[in-house]
Design a protein around this ligand. Structure first.
Ligand SMILES: [Zn+2]
Length: 113
């Protein structure tokens, strides 16, 4: 499943960061999930609960911040709302996706001695 490999990659990333900072524990992860990323937040949380055992994240909460899709015109920079025709009303250019298709590890709260 998509979410499972994502969580494994996420845990590896956290593990690397934690080791680099010589952290002894991880308290909380902050992750942004775009609404067009194709990730089901609930599945992501389930996958996280499955894989975090016996990792540094075993006791860490997962905070998911949903990111709405945002479109803009590559010509004039005008923001276009989803639901509108995805073409700029002024210059007619097709809209470009500015946000909403990403999954980003924003922040790790960890215990650094
Ligand atoms: Zn435009």
């Amino acid at each position: 499943m998509h979410e499972y490999s994502l969580v494994q990659a996420l845990l590896e990333q956290v593990d690397r960061q934690a080791r680099a900072h010589r952290a002894t524990a991880v308290h909380r992860l902050h992750v942004s999930v775009g609404e067009l990323s194709g990730v089901e937040v609930q599945l992501l949380e389930t996958a996280y609960d499955t894989f975090r055992a016996r990792t540094l994240c075993a006791g860490a909460a997962l905070e998911v911040r949903p990111v709405p899709a945002r479109w803009a015109c590559p010509g004039c920079g005008q923001e276009l709302r989803a639901g509108q025709a995805l073409r700029c009303p002024d210059c007619g250019r097709p809209a470009r996706l500015e946000a909403g298709d990403e999954i980003v590890l924003d922040r790790i709260e960890m215990e650094v001695p």
